[in-house]
Write a protein that binds this ligand. Structure first.
Ligand SMILES: Nc1ncnc2c1ncn2[C@@H]1O[C@H](COP(=O)(O)OP(=O)(O)OP(=O)(O)O)[C@@H](O)[C@H]1O
Length: 650
């Protein structure tokens, strides 16, 4: 049965055009609203399944205001918009629409967007319900097990992490005389690791006087309802509340969600959770609803916790004001191979742990070498499919004439040369996960077949006559801008939406420089073991050079640099690092776009840097040819071809 659609559009001609398209496609148009108020009324009376929303409406309130109401009622919506300012678009995006169509649009795109919105809505609802069920179960277990106050608070905080994206949280009663139920602050320092601070700990870390901090605590305004503050709103709010200003400044926080727990207070001070994030737009309307839904369960769990802590003795003080409270990372040993604790990386780990248990398709985007394949592999390892195959296909590397047979297989005699039946990659991945790397390079003809796999989970071998059912999870990756490829007609919008159910955008290494040092140590350990060299560390000077570099090739480039440096290290520490002799050495502007080199420039830079490291020696034990793993004669001819003269002085 086709869905009921509400059109919210103030221009009659456009609204009517939409109505005609939708009715022709078999949808039921339940009404056309020109203003926020009319739309609210039609939502109430007609209960549409989905709404098409123009951002600009007649009257005072716009489509973004309406989107917030629709979110409260779990009605999915698609924005229709002509050119809007960046601020408006950012605001619209924060309401998490199920689609976004820019006017003028093609009829085909509108219909696909509607179909996908329905699919996404169903999928995200299911995923959210699963996460909430896990949270409620965790809460119940915590409350039943009882125990020491700080440990119980940490338990709740950790359970929250799956639902609310935060980097810092204050939890409990704040003010004087709340022992044993004192408020605590938890700074996230690892995937499942928190630095716990009581008031004294926070005072030490922030370096303020005790009296000053006490005044800040006392000046916290009373809070009666759940509220969130993103970006500018957060900046303004925290400028007026000294404690928030202190936390924002010290820990670089940019948004905040405050959740008071109703009916739990001591001396008029309410119990609350105050979540902070380093992302400026981390919180939204959906968090308000989530908090409202969870309130009763949290209230009941905290009552039990208070009761348990009151009977478990007065010794509620932390041994230390600051304590690192590690979670059981063993829950996810697979994450051990994911090095990096920056908030950007922790966010990626959260996304991985959220999506891994389901069969949801994932699209991983990011520059080359940022770890897309590593993430895909980790998702598979953490999924119930982990004992089944993980099949990787690089769509860019497959010859165009073989790609179909490679992916879908072929029957004997399907074409000249097909002497045997061949099982394709999709079938090989049956029961497991297929990882389609460089999906943006998949030819359009093959994309049509992929759509069938995504829609019906079935394939047909080349030359075959019977569809074959397969049970696979699809993870894709690209370092291309797929939106641009769609606009150029090179990538299908319907496939994009199906693959993009759960997007993961990998940050470039230059955006998370705090991860460079841990990665360096990780790779030193790895290559030290591999080469049998006993390298224990890296000099400050060499590390500073690595921190200063722009890393256009991201983690892969760093890995290569460390491999080379380990090989060439003279003692048991790395004192010299061999960075490309390209302008990159002088420093790609850290936040700027990477300098893209062609393959010959890359090869030339690489050879020059190895020659430099070998002080110009080509052959022999310490020569460049040995390190490059090619014969000295090949190296000499490559040098000639690439114009590398020994006279340039190594
Ligand atoms: N978080 C991490 N911790 C440790 N090693 C990592 C991490 N991320 C990536 N790597 C390593 O960096 C290298 C490059 O990663 P990967 O191949 O996953 O990147 P990619 O984005 O898929 O690259 P491309 O776009 O070129 O295919 C790999 O050797 C991988 O093991």
């Amino acid at each position: 049965m086709k869905q009921k659609i509400l059109i919210v559009e103030d221009l009659f001609v456009e609204a009517n055009h939409l109505r005609i398209i939708l009715t022709r496609a078999g949808y039921q148009v339940t009404g056309i609203a020109r203003t926020f108020e009319e739309a609210r009324e039609l939502v109430r009376t007609n209960q549409p399944d989905i709404a098409l929303l123009d951002i600009m409406l007649a009257g005072k309130k716009n489509g973004i205001e309406l989107a917030k109401c629709l979110n409260q009622q779990h009605i999915p919506f698609i924005f229709l918009s002509a050119n809007s300012s960046e601020d408006i678009l950012r605001e619209a995006k924060a309401t998490r629409p199920s689609g976004f169509i820019v006017k003028p649009f093609r009829e085909k795109d509108l219909l696909i967007s509607l179909e996908i919105a329905e699919y996404l809505h169903q999928n995200s609802n299911d995923a959210q319900l699963r996460k909430e069920a896990v949270f409620l179960q965790d809460l119940k277990t915590l409350a039943e097990n009882g125990g020491e106050w700080t440990a119980q608070l940490l338990g709740i905080v950790k359970a929250f992490q799956r639902l609310i994206p935060f980097d810092y949280v204050s939890a409990g009663f704040f003010g004087k005389n709340f022992l044993p139920f004192k408020g605590m602050h938890f700074l996230r320092i690892g995937f499942d690791e928190y630095q716990a601070m009581d008031a004294e700990g926070l005072r030490m870390v922030t370096n303020v006087r005790a009296a000053e901090l006490a005044n800040m605590m006392a000046a916290l305004p009373p809070i009666s309802q759940v509220e969130y503050y993103n970006a500018e709103k957060f900046r303004k709010m925290s400028a007026e509340i000294p404690l928030k200003k202190l936390i924002a400044g010290k820990f670089d926080m940019r948004s905040n969600l405050v959740m008071p727990i109703a009916n739990i207070s001591i001396d008029g001070k309410q119990f609350f959770f105050c979540f902070y994030s380093r992302r400026p737009d981390a919180f939204g309307e959906q968090d308000l609803e989530l908090c409202a839904r969870l309130q009763p369960a949290i209230e009941s769990a905290i009552r039990k916790m208070i009761r348990a802590a009151s009977t478990s003795g007065p010794d509620m003080e932390l041994d230390h004001a600051i304590e690192v409270m590690a979670g059981s990372r063993s829950e996810s040993p697979v994450f051990d191979s994911m090095v990096g604790q920056s908030h950007l990386m922790l966010n990626i780990l959260d996304l991985i742990s959220q999506v891994a248990p389901s069969d949801t398709s994932v699209l991983i985007t990011g520059e080359s070498g940022t770890g897309k394949e590593h993430v895909a592999d980790t998702i598979h390892q953490l999924s119930p499919r982990k004992s089944k195959p993980f099949v990787k296909v690089n769509c860019a590397a497959l010859p165009i004439n073989l790609i179909e047979s490679e992916l879908f297989g072929h029957e004997k005699g399907a074409f000249t040369g097909a002497t045997e039946r061949r099982i394709g990659r999709f079938e090989q991945a049956d029961g497991g996960t297929i990882f389609l790397d460089e999906i943006g390079d998949m030819p359009l003809e093959v994309q049509v077949k992929l759509l069938r796999v995504l829609q019906q989970r079935e394939i047909e071998r080349v030359g075959g006559t019977q569809p074959i059912k397969i049970n696979i999870r699809v993870i894709t990756a690209t370092n291309r801008n797929l939106e641009r490829a769609i606009a150029e007609g090179k990538f299908r919008l319907d496939i994009y939406y199906r693959l993009n159910v759960f997007p993961i955008a990998m940050p470039a290494l230059r955006e998370r420089t705090e991860d460079i040092a841990p990665l360096v140590h990780h790779f030193i350990g790895y290559f030290g073991r591999k080469t049998g060299k006993n390298i224990s560390g890296i000099s400050d000077r060499a590390l500073a050079m690595l921190m200063d570099y722009g890393w256009p090739g991201n983690i892969r480039e760093l890995e290569n640099v460390i491999e080379r440096s380990v090989l060439l290290a003279k003692g048991n520490s790395i004192d010299t690092v061999y960075l490309p002799a390209h302008p990159a050495v002088e420093g790609i502007a850290k936040a700027g776009p990477p300098v893209l080199k062609n393959i010959f420039e890359n090869e030339r830079d690489h050879i020059i840097s190895v020659l430099k490291a070998c002080e110009g020696r080509i052959s022999g034990e310490n020569g460049a040819a040995k390190i490059l793993a090619i014969p000295p004669t090949t190296l000499s001819s490559k040098m000639k071809k690439l114009g590398i003269k020994k006279s340039i002085g190594f």
